[in-house]
Write a protein that binds this ligand. Structure first.
Ligand SMILES: NC(=O)c1ccc[n+]([C@@H]2O[C@H](COP(=O)([O-])OP(=O)(O)OC[C@H]3O[C@@H](n4cnc5c(N)ncnc54)[C@H](OP(=O)(O)O)[C@@H]3O)[C@@H](O)[C@H]2O)c1
Length: 263
């Protein structure tokens, strides 16, 4: 990856204290970009991520904000602008969800999930436009999930929010193109982060090994895999990729299962 494209620029990564977001923040810092480390509930990991980023010689600003709250969202953007005077890369990574079977879903869980995953993405992108215009354009990447098109256990509402993310990405790609702002999404397969604790079905210790064995690539996806693809989508080489959701699952969702002799 050409570091010159990232050096001295600014990346805002939502939910970047922990998990995949942390790795994206550190990857961008490694490429020379200043980073906004956003967190909601867990300050300590955000401080650790910011310290790690600064060791790479960039500036890291920690901003607490619940992306599901519109006032917090506005403050996150205003604070980013105050500190860095514009924005080059917006990575909408923060995710949450009310994981239940459809029969146990409640409107409150729907609103919570949609507000944090989908509404936050659209309005964050909208609010970041003036910051990106200051830089002559920018890149937006959202983190989706294969639950947008495959049926995962207890994932109906999160899956719907991820489908919304992918639809929003296509609209941003078209409507923001005249502003030299490019939008895409990355859809990773299973990544071993704390997010898996929210899945009752993912508590079997052997499950990750089973998923790795069923993945054509022979292993599960890492946060580093995701960070590298996000950075690629922000690079000049990816300029002609617009409004796409790049599935990065090592091929896990490709095989039609249940057709072979072994079931
Ligand atoms: N792990 C997977 O297998 C997988 C697969 C496909 C897609 N994804 C997607 O990848 C993204 C990151 O997932 P992950 O696995 O890294 O999850 P994670 O380890 O559970 O981390 C979630 C992150 O989102 C932040 N967050 C949650 N709610 C927030 C809110 N309202 N406002 C601001 N930040 C908030 C958390 O911050 P605090 O700790 O401060 O609350 C944390 O940094 C999500 O969009 C997820 O859907 C994950």
């Amino acid at each position: 990856m050409e570091k010159s494209h990232f050096q001295g620029k600014t990346a805002l990564i939502t939910g970047s204290g922990r998990g995949i977001g942390r790795e994206i923040a550190l990857h961008f810092a490694g490429l020379g970009a200043n980073v906004v480390v956003n967190y909601f509930r867990n300050r300590k990991p955000a401080e650790e991520t910011a310290q790690e980023a600064e060791k790479k010689g960039v500036r890291a600003e920690i901003i607490k904000a619940n992306v599901g709250d519109m006032q917090d969202l506005s403050r996150l953007v205003a604070e980013t602008d105050r500190v860095f005077e514009g924005l080059d890369f917006l990575i909408s990574n923060a995710g949450s969800g009310y994981n239940r079977p459809v029969l146990e879903q409640r409107p409150k869980g729907w609103d919570w999930t949609m507000d944090i995953n989908a509404r936050a993405y659209l309005f964050l992108a909208q609010k970041c436009v003036p910051l990106m215009e200051k830089k002559g354009g920018g890149r937006i990447v959202a983190i989706s999930s294969p639950g947008s098109f495959r049926v995962l256990p207890e994932y109906a509402v999160v899956g719907a929010s991820k489908a919304a993310i992918e639809a929003i990405t296509r609209y941003l790609a078209v409507e923001f193109a005249p502003l030299n702002i490019i939008a895409n999404a990355v859809s990773p397969g299973v990544v071993a982060t704390e997010a898996l604790q929210h899945f009752n079905t993912m508590q079997d210790e052997d499950l990750l090994e089973d998923i790795a064995a069923e993945t054509p690539a022979g292993r599960i996806v890492t946060p580093q895999d995701v960070a590298g693809i996000v950075a690629f989508l922000c690079s000049p080489q990816a300029e002609m990729i617009r409004g796409q959701t790049i599935i990065a699952d090592g091929g896990f969702t490709l095989p039609a299962r249940g057709l072979g002799p072994s079931g």
